[in-house]
Every structure is written in C-alpha cells, then in structure tokens.
Design a protein around this ligand. Structure first.
Ligand SMILES: Nc1ncnc2c1ncn2[C@@H]1O[C@H](COP(=O)(O)OP(=O)(O)O)[C@@H](O)[C@H]1O
Ligand SMILES: [Mg+2]
Length: 545
C-alpha cells in the first residue's frame, strides 16, 4: 500500500484542500448571512414605512369621510359612517374620544362611554406627565402593536377646532377650544406582515440556495485546481521514492503546478538516467567479473595441465629411455631367431608355429618401439632443429602423407591457406607430425566421410594460426577434458585401437614452440582444433619443459 496517501488521509483535516475549502465556505457563508440579515432588516423597515404611510393616508381619508358629519354635529350620521367603514373593512377599527379621554364614537360598541387610559402607549407621547400637551408631528402619530396576537398599526389624528367648527350653527365648540378630540385608527396589518414573512423566508431560501451553489463552485474549483494536482504530484513523488523512475507528473492545467510538475519530471528523468547507468555499470561489472573468472579458470586448468604433462613427460622420458635398449635387443634377437629357423628347409609344423610366434614378438616389440619413440617425442628427449619454416608447405606435405587414408574414408579436403603467411621459427618435422596427428584424428572422426577443413591465417600477436576442423562425431565435455593426456583414447580394442599418444605429442610440440592449442567440439557437430604458433619462440622457451 502507498504510505503517502494513508498519511494524507490521517492528516486530512490539516490538508491544504480542507483548509482552503473550509475557509472559503465559511467566509462566503458569513458574507451571505450578513447580506441576508441586512436585506431582511431593510425590507422590514421599508414594509413598516409603507404601512405607516399607508396608515396615515388611510386615516386622513377616514378623517375626510367623517369630517362632514362631525362638522354638522351629526352623531347618528357619524355612527353610521363609522359602522359603514368598519363593516366594510374588518381590518380597520375606529374610535373618537374627546379631550378628556371619553370615547364618544367607536367601531367597538362596548367601548362607548368608557375612558381611554391616558398612560397607555397611544396617549403617552402627548400626555407625558411632566410635559405640557403638545401637538405631534405626522411622523410620530403612528405606532405598531399587537391586538390579541395580531400585528396592528395605530394612527392618532387630533381633531383641531376649525373656524368652520366654531362658527357652525350648532355652536357646540367655542372658538377658544383648540382641540376637539382625537381620531384613533387601528389598522390590522396581518396580510402585510404575512407578505413580509413570506418575502423574508424567500430571501433566506434564496440565500441558502446561493450558499449551496457557492459551496459547489468552491468545491469544484478547489478539487480541480488544488486537490487533483497536489494528489498527482504526491503520487508521482511517492512512486519515485519507491524506485519507480518511470513515474511522471501529467497534470499541466494549472501553471504553478505545471511548473512544479516539470521540475519533478526533470528530476525523475535524471534519476531514471542515473539508475539506468548504474544498472548498466552493474551489468558490465558482472559481465567482466564473469569473463575474468572464466579466464582465471582457464588459466588454472591450463596450469594444472602443464604441470601434469610435465611430470608425465619426465616419467615417460625415464621409462622410454630405460625400455628402449632392452626393446631393441628383443627385436634384434627375435629377428636373429627368425632368420635361423627360416633357413631350415624342412621345417615341421612346430617350427612354423614358432616362426609365427617370433613374428608376433617382433611386431609387438616394434609397436612398443613406436610408443617409446612417441613418448620421447612427447617428453622432448629427442633434439629439435629450429629453422624459418613456411607452415603452408608443412601442411601440404602432411596432407600428402594421409591422402590415401583420406580417400579411403571419403574425407574431402577444404583448404584455405593464407598466401602472405610469414615464415615461423620452428622444427618443421615436429610441426608436420603435429598437423599429421590432428588430421589423422579428424579423418578417423569421420568414418562415413565429411569435410576436413584446414586454414592458416596471420594472427595477433605476431604469429600464425592453424585451424584443423572436421565435420565428424565431435566430443562431449568428459572426453574433451582428457584428450591431451598420454594414453587417453576412446578408440577401442582390435586392429585399429589407438595409442592415446597423438594429442599428447601435439601438445608437447606446441608447448615447446611456445604456442597454444584450443579445442571446440560438440557431440555430432564436429571438432575444431586451433593452433597458435609465435613467429619466433621466446628465448628459453625451447629449452624449457
Ligand atoms: N577430431 C576429433 N574428433 C573426435 N574425437 C577426437 C578428435 N581428435 C581426438 N579425439 C579424441 O581424443 C582422443 C585422443 O586422441 P589421440 O591422442 O590422438 O589418441 P588416439 O587417436 O590414439 O585415440 C581420441 O581417442 C578421441 O576420442
Ligand atoms: Mg590419434
């Protein structure tokens, strides 16, 4: 699991996204709430003012309607008018009281004859105890209150004594009287209040809606412009941290994040390159170590082989030297005996049999002699004659010697001899013997015919390379390991049995010339021997071994 996002989840309340979204939403919510409160307040004021103006206007109209009846001191007419108005509009209540506070007219009949409370809120403004009775300006004539839980607006309208009143025929009011009474109008503003509440609710609803919309917009913007790029960056960095150097930031919409992402991508590229280089170096190093290990192993095997060959060579030299003379005597004596018995003209069957035994002794002793001379050759107990030699000529001679054997085995020669081959300082007889031994083995490895490829090339460092290759049976690893050991042979019993000395002798010869011999072979794939001979053996090389 990715540890970074888990940590981010744990610290979500501290995240930039959370704080940015939270702050923006709170700020906008406060702003909207403030606006709503102000709006509601303003609207309430407007509604009140409208109600007040409306109330005043209505009171003036009512006053006008009642004016004539009052002027004529027509109490009945006044009553009828008041009834008519209040019945027509149940939201209007009227009463008229005189200067002393006695209610003389009222839309509520039970009030008639009663007295208004001068200390009541309606009267208080003009009749404050410690102030003389004053005339109220129109703005102060209205008041809001509740009647039985219903919102209402009251308007006080003083009925001044006009000249028309004092001069009227009824002479009810002397001219000295300034105020005749008060018209008190109560208007129920239930509908207006309901409309105002509805508007307020509508406004609050609209504010809530706008707030929701704003929250949506804020969430959308913050999510796309902040949260997503930050998450993408975090994931990229987490992947890089865990070693995935191919991770890249791919959200380039917001310029700041695009710039940051670009830098992260450049860093990732550099890391990827460095990592690839490191991996490359590690692989090269591993490869080189493997190469060197193989070289070392080869060198060690070569050393072991050289040592084994050297001790074998010494042993072979002693044995060969010791056996050579007695063997020569055996051959000589058996030949003398054979000659003597052969002159006996009438030899019997027994003599013939003895003669055959003597022949066998001579031939086997001759074979032993061959082994001994080969052993001496391998152990370098015979002297060598070094001279500048044309290797191509040596090869031609060797191939001529085995031509008959090749024809019998149906082995086709395939020669590719370099024309510019420099002369090599060597013993031509020994090199010829080595080439011969390799070619004989090659032909023997192709009992059903095949190709005997012989190539010479100029080789570095200054030397000559001889390649002798066949398309024969090949060898497996077990055989390949032992082929240079004296007496190692896979060629079984009988007439054509091998001595197992051919490659041992070749090895000895190559060693004496400071050269190298390599073999490449797979079962069924043929075999390739590669000889390298330096143009001149290093001083002391010929003497060693
Ligand atoms: N060209 C070759 N193809 C297959 N096997 C080979 C070849 N040359 C040598 N060998 C193997 O190496 C062994 C040793 O060869 P050598 O020393 O010449 O002894 P010999 O030929 O008497 O067996 C052979 O018996 C054979 O198994
Ligand atoms: Mg051989």
């Amino acid at each position: 699991m990715n540890p970074q996002p888990a940590a981010m989840r744990r610290w979500r309340s501290r995240s930039l996204t959370f704080r940015l979204t939270g702050t923006l939403i709170i700020a906008l919510a406060l702003l909207l709430a403030l606006t709503a409160v102000v709006q509601v307040g303003l609207q309430e004021r407007c509604a009140r003012e409208a109600a007040r103006i409306n109330g005043l206007a209505m009171s003036e109209t009512l006053y006008g309607a009642l004016h004539t009846a009052m002027l004529n001191n027509d109490r009945e007419g006044l009553h009828a008018s008041v009834r008519n108005i209040t019945e027509h509009d149940p939201d209007v209540r009227l009463r008229i009281f005189n200067k002393e506070g006695n209610i003389v007219f009222s839309s509520e009949p039970r009030e008639l004859g009663t007295k208004v409370d001068m200390r009541s809120e309606a009267c208080f403004k003009c009749h404050q105890a410690d102030r003389p009775i004053s005339k109220l300006p129109p703005g102060d004539r209205t008041r809001s209150f509740e009647v039985g839980g219903k919102p209402a607006m009251g308007v006080i309208l003083p009925i001044d004594n006009e000249p028309a009143c004092s001069n009227a025929s009824c002479h009810a009011h002397p001219a000295s009287k300034r105020l005749l009474g008060v018209l008190d109008v109560t208007l129920f503003v239930t509908q207006l209040e309901r409309a105002r509440r509805q508007t307020t609710l509508l406004m609050l609803g609209a504010t809530g809606g706008v707030l929701l919309l704003v929250v949506g917009v804020v969430l959308f913007v913050v999510r796309n412009s902040v949260h997503r790029p930050i998450t993408a960056l975090t994931h990229t960095l987490a992947a890089l941290g865990m070693g995935d150097y191919s991770a890249r930031y791919e959200n380039g919409e917001i310029s700041e994040f695009a710039y940051l992402g670009n830098s992260v991508n450049k860093m990732a590229q550099a890391l990827e390159r460095a990592n690839a280089e490191l991996v490359g170096w590690a692989q090269t190093l591993e490869h080189r170590v493997e190469e060197k290990t193989a070289e070392l192993r080869q060198a060690q095997e070569q050393m072991v082989r050289v040592e084994r060959m050297a001790s074998l060579g010494k042993l072979a030299a002693v044995v060969a030297h010791e056996i050579n003379n007695p063997l020569a005597s055996v051959v000589t004596y058996s030949k003398v005996l054979m000659r003597r018995w052969a002159t006996r003209a009438k030899a019997g069957d027994e003599t013939k049999e003895n003669l055959q035994i003597l022949e066998a002794i001579a031939s086997e002793s001759t074979r032993c002699g061959e082994i001994v001379s080969n052993l001496l050759l391998f152990a370098r107990r015979t002297g060598s004659r070094m001279e500048p030699t044309d290797i191509n000529q040596v090869i031609d001679r060797a191939l001529f010697l085995i031509k008959h054997k090749m024809d019998l085995a149906q082995a086709r020669p395939d020669l590719s001899l370099a024309a510019d081959l420099p002369p090599v300082m060597c013993d031509p007889a020994q090199i010829e013997q080595a080439v011969l031994a390799l070619c004989i083995n090659a032909v023997e490895a192709m009992p059903n015919g095949g190709r005997l490829i012989v190539r010479t090339t100029v080789a570095d460092p200054s030397g000559v390379r001889i390649v002798i290759e066949d398309t024969g049976v090949g060898m497996d690893e077990d055989v390949r390991k032992h082929i240079f050991e004296p007496f190692f042979t896979t060629k079984g019993e009988g007439e054509g049995r091998g001595l197992g000395l051919g490659l041992a002798v070749v090895y000895g010869i190559v060693q004496r010339h400071n050269g190298t011999i390599d073999v490449a072979s797979e079962p069924g794939q043929g075999t390739r021997f590669t000889l390298f001979l330096p143009l001149a053996p290093a001083p002391g090389g010929e003497a060693s071994g």
